[in-house]
Design a protein around this ligand. Structure first.
Ligand code: LLP
Length: 386
């Protein structure tokens, strides 16, 4: 059940654009719900930073997931999509006052707080509004993740979270603040993680911290383990649904809970990556002395992952039936030499006008698009639109 790209329905649609196969998305959500329904205390909050397309959000909301936001804009967008405010967790190292006010006004489920100055500001604003803010602390667990350096977040050197040594102190501070309700701890070690050992290491670190808190007489209601489960970018057609069973089993097996605790997950990529493709048109095939270039009408303004993280997206020519193959560099039109999607890629002989699909682009694709070079932002369509 691979992603279906109905190329006959793509005719006449301005390229580049994103296409989301809602069938794959729904099956992915079902696979998650199959696992989480085994535990009445597991809650998945979709990390909307991965994709905030309203039509995609509506499908995710229908599946009953909660939501993880990192900005006031994201909170506004998910409310527009119909998510209930009491399922929103709100993270981020640099929340602005208006964003904190919005969270309080909407009575979101929880703020994931990353520093003492932020805690103080939330307490002050909540006090002014006569509200109590639910708070978890994001703790930096100093657990490495086997992933790209730009998307590992749980090391002591990263800017995220509060150091473990300071944990007891900040909790005590929070417990003494009038407008703060301390609820628990939040973690996130990185993204595109495929080695379950990394999540095991996080679970074991959380166990150590809980033992330490027990000795201090501090109890937690909420344990939020963040997101990070990766997807198979190399074989999206064979492997469109991530292995949620192994992922949730890790926490079931290794995380030691106290009675009444709830476990929260913030999955982004694993939910939306495989249902989305970037569809682009070949503008030119240029035969230079040492290389052949396929120059497409999408650039890194539409999909920045290859330029930013050396990411590879499986690339298909949707138009040709040519059996003859050539080796190409697939590049975009932006005036920067990093605007390269793939080097030395084997494709069927390609011509001007052919449609090209870049797969596994549903996460951190459309949402990271920019207007550099005054380019238009790509549209996003779901299966039902076309
Ligand atoms: N929770 C927190 C606190 C996060 O920082 C992130 C992602 C997530 C959850 C969701 O992680 P996921 O399940 O999607 O791995 N633009 C990069 C990925 C950046 C991830 C940032 N944080 C990329 O395209 O690979």
């Amino acid at each position: 059940m691979a992603i279906k790209l109905p190329v006959e329905r793509f005719a006449g649609i301005r390229t580049p654009f994103y296409y989301y196969d809602t069938n794959i998305l729904r099956q992915t959500l079902d696979a998650i719900n199959q696992e989480t329904k085994k535990h009445d205390n597991y809650f998945v909050h979709y990390a909307v930073k991965a994709n905030a397309n309203l039509k995609v959000l509506k499908v995710i909301n229908e599946a009953g997931l909660g939501i993880d936001c990192v900005s006031g804009g994201e909170i506004e967008q998910v409310l527009k999509a119909g998510f209930p405010a009491n399922k929103i967790v709100f993270a981020g190292v640099g929340k602005s006052d208006w964003e904190i006010e919005l969270g309080l006004d909407k009575d979101i489920f929880c703020f994931n707080v990353e520093s003492i100055p932020e805690l103080e500001v939330i307490n002050e604003i909540a006090n002014r509004k006569g509200k109590t803010a639910s708070v978890c602390f994001r703790i930096n667990p100093n657990v490495g993740a086997h992933t790209h350096a730009n998307i590992t977040t749980g090391l002591a050197e990263n800017k995220f979270g509060i150091a473990m040594e300071d944990m007891n102190h900040v909790i005590r501070l929070a417990q003494n603040m009038k407008n703060i309700r301390f609820r628990g701890l939040h973690f996130h070690i990185g993204s595109q993680i495929l080695e379950m050992d990394d999540f095991i290491a996080l679970a074991e670190r959380i166990n150590e911290l809980q033992d330490q808190l027990d000795r201090e007489g501090i109890s937690l209601e909420i344990i939020n383990v963040g997101g990070g489960l990766g997807v198979d970018y190399d074989h999206p057609q064979d492997n469109p649904i991530p292995n949620f069973k192994d992922y949730f089993d890790v926490y079931d097996k290794y995380l030691k809970l106290r009675p009444g605790q709830t476990v929260h997950f913030e999955l982004g990529r694993a939910i939306v990556a495989q249902c989305g493709a970037l569809i682009t048109k070949v503008n030119y095939v240029k035969e230079a002395h040492v290389k052949k270039f396929v120059i497409v009408d999408a650039g890194f303004t539409d999909l920045i992952r290859p330029a930013l993280y050396d990411a590879h997206h499986c690339t298909l020519n949707l138009t040709t039936t040519n059996t003859e193959e050539e080796i190409y560099d697939v590049v975009g039109p932006i005036c920067e030499s990093s605007d390269v999607f793939d080097k030395d890629l084997r494709l069927p002989k390609t011509q001007r006008g052919d449609l090209i699909a870049m797969l596994s682009a549903g996460a951190y694709g459309e949402i990271m698009a920019s207007g550099y070079n005054c380019r238009r932002l790509p549209e996003g369509y779901v299966s039902e639109d076309l």
